[in-house]
Design a protein around this ligand. Structure first.
Ligand code: FFO
Ligand code: ATP
Length: 187
């Protein structure tokens, strides 16, 4: 099996595991841990998170809290396949429309360069590697952002998504931390 087949198998297993824990009352505690972790980066003014799709853990409670703290929030939009993600400003009351890949995006808004990126994922491991839906969007995004300024990458997930080893290839970036309902792992 080549690496893309190995990743595809890992994604299949990860979807099943994540479905089993989604909507079981874990998101509240995870959002509290997320706010605790982000508080370690007071210099981060622009924070990107995401509009949950499928069975992703929902970061909007933390996003609303951060917005109330005066942070600028943004969410990813896809410009094109093979390109880094762009980020559009989000606020709790902004108008949302359906995006290219199933997640909601703001109907309008400024494009921002986040200092801190909260990333959704299918699985993560104890080295800080993550597996997503296979677009390579977050890897390209970390590469592009880090070429310009330091950026903090925080994965947000259920602890059930922790695996012993995510299959990796040279373009895979490592996260600085992963936050779940039961722990904050720093790498
Ligand atoms: N909530 C959320 N928003 C996000 C992301 C995300 O992972 N979560 N993204 C992070 O990148 C971008 C969307 N990326 C996506 C990439 C692929 C697929 C997808 O459905 N892929 C197919 C497989 C396609 C193929 O075979 O190549 C699939 O999984 O069935 C969905 C979203 C931007 N917004
Ligand atoms: N910086 C990059 N430059 C070129 N190709 C890349 C880069 N990052 C990732 N890729 C390629 O994109 C494809 C998908 O990457 P990968 O499997 O890591 O996606 P993912 O992490 O699951 O998805 P996502 O980041 O969108 O959540 C792979 O073939 C990978 O080699």
């Amino acid at each position: 099996m080549d690496i893309s087949q190995i990743k595809a198998e890992a994604r299949k297993a990860a979807f099943a595991t994540r479905s089993g824990v989604h909507n079981t009352g874990l998101d509240g505690a995870a959002n509290e841990n997320l706010l605790e972790e982000i508080a370690r980066y007071p210099e981060a003014e622009i924070i990107s998170a995401y509009m949950a799709m499928r069975t992703e853990i929902d970061p909007t409670p933390a996003m609303k809290d951060l917005h109330a703290q005066g942070k600028k929030l943004c969410v990813p939009v896809i410009d094109a396949q093979g390109q880094p993600l762009a980020f559009v400003e989000w606020a709790p009351d902004c108008e949302m429309v359906e995006g290219t890949f199933g997640a909601l995006v703001p109907a309008a808004g400024a494009r921002l360069q986040p200092d801190l990126v909260i990333s959704p994922l299918l699985t993560f491991d104890s080295r800080g590697y993550r597996l997503g839906y296979g677009g390579g969007f977050y890897d390209r995004t970390f590469e592009a952002l880090r070429a310009e300024k330091p950026v903090v990458g925080i994965g947000f997930a259920y602890s059930a998504q922790h695996v012993s080893e995510v299959p990796v290839e040279p373009t895979d970036y490592r996260l600085d931390a992963v936050v779940t309902e039961s722990e904050i792992l720093r790498f």
